[in-house]
Design a protein around this ligand. Structure first.
Ligand code: COA
Length: 259
């Protein structure tokens, strides 16, 4: 695969490690990465051997979020908004605009237990993907941010219901509207990550947690995951709360009008 690396560990049968693998671009989530994650999650649906999946990032980032295509504004001052799509087919544009919704839902619905191991930084869409995982660990130096609103991009991928579910309404509003960075310790205090661990221990701790899960009865683990998800989604239905798949399309139409 081009954008992710998938590894199995012979010493821990049942564990799969998925490494986001575009380190030169801080593992920014490109269309190709969405497609590869979608394909992988589809395969995991029928994979009776893999029971725990660790997601992490190659290099100095978990992921810098949606691939912006170009980063700096011409004056070099601030991250730029992504370019408007050049595709002439509205339905192709819609497919591109909604792929984050689909990849997020795919991660959330794999039957295996998913562990996010956050190294370096997690921005925007990376925070959304993490909110779709079951358990999250962060390296002590990791930081997070949700900058979409500051970039004039609506926060989509069905992020809002998931963030409300994981962080509560007030914290979600502040983080999404004020767009301030937050630290691993903040994330721990707010319940977004389960543990903060020394940087050098991140993967060892993630694997130790995986081993503990692999030692348990698989059906009890699977039933616990699906029951907790069903209950959490009764409180905040992540797929039905609002119509965000088309927000990006609407924002693009408004921008076209203005530009
Ligand atoms: N999409 C595409 N490329 C990205 C990217 C993104 N979201 N984030 C970083 N990159 C690329 C940079 O363009 C750069 O590539 P280059 O060396 O070919 O120019 C490389 O990754 C390293 O990034 P750089 O900005 O030099 O690293 P940094 O440590 O100085 O800054 C960040 C790190 C995360 C603060 C900064 O990269 C950033 O603000 N990225 C954008 C984050 C963002 O807005 N995400 C999307 C939200 S919708």
């Amino acid at each position: 695969m081009e954008t992710i690396r998938v590894e199995h560990d012979p010493t821990l049968p049942g564990l799969m490690t998925v490494t986001l693998n575009r380190p030169d671009k801080l593992n920014a989530i490109s269309f190709a990465m969405h497609r590869e994650i979608l394909g992988l999650c589809r395969e995991l649906q029928d994979d009776g051997d893999t029971r725990v999946v660790i997601f992490t990032g190659e290099g100095r980032a978990f992921s810098a979020g949606a691939d912006l295509g170009r980063r700096q504004a011409e004056d070099g001052a601030a991250p730029a908004r992504p370019p408007l799509p050049t595709s002439r087919s509205p339905l192709k544009e819609r497919s591109i605009a909604t792929i984050g919704n689909r990849s997020s839902a795919a991660i959330e619905s794999v039957p295996q237990v998913t562990i996010g191991a956050v190294n370096g930084l997690a921005v925007g869409g990376a925070v959304v993907w993490l909110s779709c995982m079951d358990i999250r660990l962060a390296a002590a130096s990791a930081w997070f941010s949700i900058p979409e609103v500051a970039l004039d991009i609506p926060l989509t991928w069905n992020a809002l219901p998931r963030l409300v579910r994981e962080l509560g309404p007030a914290r979600t509003k502040e983080l999404v509207m004020a767009c301030d960075r937050f630290s691993a310790e903040d994330a721990l205090r707010w319940g977004f990550v389960n543990h903060v661990v020394p940087d050098a221990d991140l993967m060892t701790r993630a694997r130790a947690l995986a081993k503990s899960l692999l030692d348990k009865d698989p059906i009890s683990i699977a039933a616990t995951k699906s029951t907790v998800n069903a209950l959490a989604n009764l409180m905040v239905p992540a797929e039905g709360a609002h119509a965000d798949p088309d927000y990006l399309m609407l924002a693009r139409l408004v921008r076209r009008e203005r530009e």
